[in-house]
Design a protein. Structure first.
Length: 701
């Protein structure tokens, strides 16, 4: 079979499944689709004993030929198979129309109806003799490893991809003494046990640990019914004891998870699939923070550290880990006369958790929309087989419904001034018919399902608290010759202040103090983005000004409207005491010369992160350089210090803060931080704490 005939087969089978789901088996459309598929298979099976369709990650492979992932039918079939724990479909010579209809009926059902314990219910597959499910798999192997008792090698996926029969797979092996560990759903992860044992003996634990991370990360693939966490756990159990203990520690699991995600990114795996990997390895947003931050040293590096392209791709996962913009579960109606396009839209929307229903004509859609009344959004082409989509808008307005509508058509903008479209209150005109763009448009415009306010607030606070606990610095980098201390005291259960210290290289340390405009979960997720952006960008950029500019470029596209972050970023050369500070709309640090000879505020400056594009933001940044002598110190803080209010609404003020720092110039960092907190409490008296308080003191010894 050539590429054209394999793609035709995918389209025919996908069409049969879609039509069966939409109309039922007795309708003329699925009957015609069944006849076309049967004719194509009868033709192609004259030269082939069996035709197999299989998944490798999100790559669809038919008879060893990788299918184009830009084709709507391919996208639809990948989604159908992934969500129904199906790794392969095989058509044998003599397959009957009844078996094809039976198979289409199974795959037209919802996943919850056909799956049990992560696999298709066996009773559903009874009666299928010449149509077989999950009898072929594609195993990813390292290019350098020889293949024993395997089939043909085909391109695609991570490393070489080898097609093998499931029944024969465990009989094959990897040359060189490797072991194979069955993962979830029959997945095999190859472990080069002998090589790792030899590395442990000759090179020691660090080198063997690195090799084990590479082997494990390269041996797993995200596939339906094959949980990566299970694959990794079973593989770890086969490692030499010392390595097994090392990678079972929390830090080892974090490094391993980061290596898996990095391998997926480097291989160009579909971003939606990589998001699935992150979610599986880190079910909660807080769990994902260390994984994502560890990627900084794993991403492709050029002269300036991790490449901007890699960083931008990675930043996309941060709001997606726990859906910074709330996941809008609900029903969406897709209206389009093109069946394949309906299928592609359905696939893209399903990835975001929507339940999708479809209609082919304007009249059918209008009836469904009015009768249901609770669609969170409607996606429609401008011109439908019977009438314009204006009929749908007219019927919605007549029924006093304001369901959000996305009109996806190359001619959408030209129709913007048509009365029915112009006067409809909640719409989005999309001048292209790209499934991903349609899904994003729906996310922007869809009706959010409301929860009771008290319950939503409580859940919001709990999730934010978990994240902030992960953000508090615990492993402070070594600062020989320096004293340091910090305090973070939120005004509410969850605050908006942010503090971080991290190593840049052997001699330099970076630190950030900031304040996010929003609180709760949204504010906490912005902190995650800012923290990760700094830790990813700073090690590879020599100029602190360039670091802050890069962070603004990375986070601004994902910031909610109206949110911003004021920060001050410092880069300290530990041996010399040279310090470079960049301010982005934050309170200026306090600089204290040895023994309090002079105490002053450094210059304010810059705009907060997320407010402006690079053309306006970057020119406002400037670097302030100072050299701290022994006995000198610098304090970074948030506005909760100088703006602390007492019962008469009088602020603590900058002068009182400067006086306090001067009086305590000879004290240790911890004493200065404690003295500040005591002074603020005394100033407030019985008044409640009005804002978060964050203080970081660095003193050269």
């Amino acid at each position: 079979m050539d590429a054209t005939s394999t793609l035709e087969l995918v389209r025919l089978f996908t069409r049969l499944v879609r039509f069966t789901a939409m109309y039922g088996e007795e309708h003329q459309q699925p009957k015609q689709a069944l006849e076309a598929l049967k004719q194509a298979l009868d033709r192609d099976l004259k030269a082939e004993a069996k035709i197999s369709i299989a998944l490798q990650g999100r790559t669809l492979i038919v008879q060893g030929i990788c299918q184009p992932d830009t084709d709507a039918a391919v996208e639809s079939l990948v989604h159908i198979m992934r969500t129904r724990a199906t790794n392969s479909l095989s058509f044998l010579a003599g397959v009957s129309a009844e078996e094809l209809a039976h198979g289409a009926r199974i795959f037209s059902m919802k996943p919850a109806e056909i799956l049990a314990d992560g696999a298709i219910k066996p009773d559903l597959l009874r009666g299928l003799d010449r149509l077989r499910v999950n009898d072929v798999r594609y195993v990813a192997l390292e290019e350098s490893q020889a293949v024993v008792n395997a089939g043909d090698v085909v391109p695609g996926g991570l490393g070489a991809v080898v097609q093998t029969l499931v029944g024969d797979a465990t009989g094959g092996g990897i040359a060189g003494g490797g072991g194979e560990v069955a993962g979830g759903g029959g997945r095999t992860v190859t472990i080069p046990v002998e090589r790792l044992t030899e590395l442990l003996r000759t090179r020691g634990l660090p080198e063997a640990r690195r090799a084990a991370l590479e082997a494990l990360a390269g041996g797993v693939v995200a596939e339906a019914g094959m949980p990566i966490a299970d694959q990794l756990q079973r593989a770890i159990e086969q490692l030499p004891e010392e390595l097994r203990a090392e990678l079972s520690k929390p830090g080892g699991r974090t490094d391993l998870s980061a290596a898996v995600v990095a391998r997926q990114l480097e291989a160009g795996v579909d971003p939606a699939a990589v998001r699935d990997v992150v979610r599986e390895l880190a079910p909660q947003a807080a769990d994902a923070i260390p994984i994502l931050e560890n990627l900084a040293r794993l991403l492709p590096r050029g002269g300036k550290g991790a490449s901007l392209e890699s960083l931008e791709r990675l930043m996309k996962f941060l709001p997606e880990v726990d859906r910074l913009e709330e996941v809008l579960h609900g029903r969406v109606l897709v209206v389009d006369g093109n069946g394949e396009r309906r299928g592609a839209y359905t696939s893209a929307l399903s990835e975001y958790g929507y339940v999708v229903e479809s209609a082919e004509t304007a009249a059918e859609a209008a009836q469904k929309a009015v009768e249901a009344g609770d669609y969170v959004a409607i996606v429609t082409d401008l011109m439908l087989p019977d009438k314009s989509c204006e009929l749908i808008l007219e019927k919605l307005k007549h029924a006093r419904l304001v369901t959000p509508v996305v009109i996806a058509s190359p001619k959408a903008q030209s129709a913007a001034h048509d009365f029915e479209i112009f006067s409809y209150p909640k719409k989005k005109l999309l001048p292209l018919q790209d499934p991903a763009a349609v899904a994003e448009a729906v996310r922007e415009i869809a009706v959010r399902r409301e929860r009771p306010e008290e319950e939503a607030d409580r859940e919001d606070r709990n999730r934010a608290r978990e994240i902030q606990e992960k953000l508090v610095p615990r492993d402070v980098p070594p600062l020989p010759g320096w004293d340091h201390a910090f305090a973070y005291k939120p005004a509410k259960e969850v605050g908006g202040d942010y503090l971080d210290l991290f190593p840049l290289d052997a001699d330099r340390v970076g630190f950030v103090v900031g304040d996010v405009s929003g609180k709760g979960f949204s504010g906490a997720m912005v902190m995650v983005m800012v923290r990760s952006a700094f830790r990813l960008s700073a090690p590879g950029l020599a100029s602190p000004r360039d670091v802050v500019a890069a962070v603004n470029r990375l986070i601004r596209p994902d910031m909610k409207r109206g949110m911003f972050v004021s920060i001050v970023y410092g880069c300290l050369h530990v041996p010399s005491g040279d310090l470079t500070v960049v301010n982005a709309g934050h309170n200026p640090p306090v600089l204290c010369e040895p023994y309090g000879a002079k105490t002053r505020m450094m210059s304010p400056g810059g705009m907060p992160l997320g407010v402006a594009d690079p053309a306006r933001f970057d020119p406002m940044l400037r670097e302030d350089r100072v050299s701290l002598l022994p006995g000198g110190r610098i304090l970074f803080y948030t506005d909760g210090v100088v703006e602390a209010l007492n019962a008469k609404d009088v602020e603590f003020g900058e002068k009182a803060f400067l006086d306090l720092v001067t009086r305590t110039a000879a004290d240790t960092s911890q004493q200065v931080v404690s003295a500040t907190l005591i002074a603020l409490a005394a100033h407030r008296g019985k008044a409640p704490q009005s804002d978060d308080i964050t203080i970081l003191d660095l003193k050269r010894m």
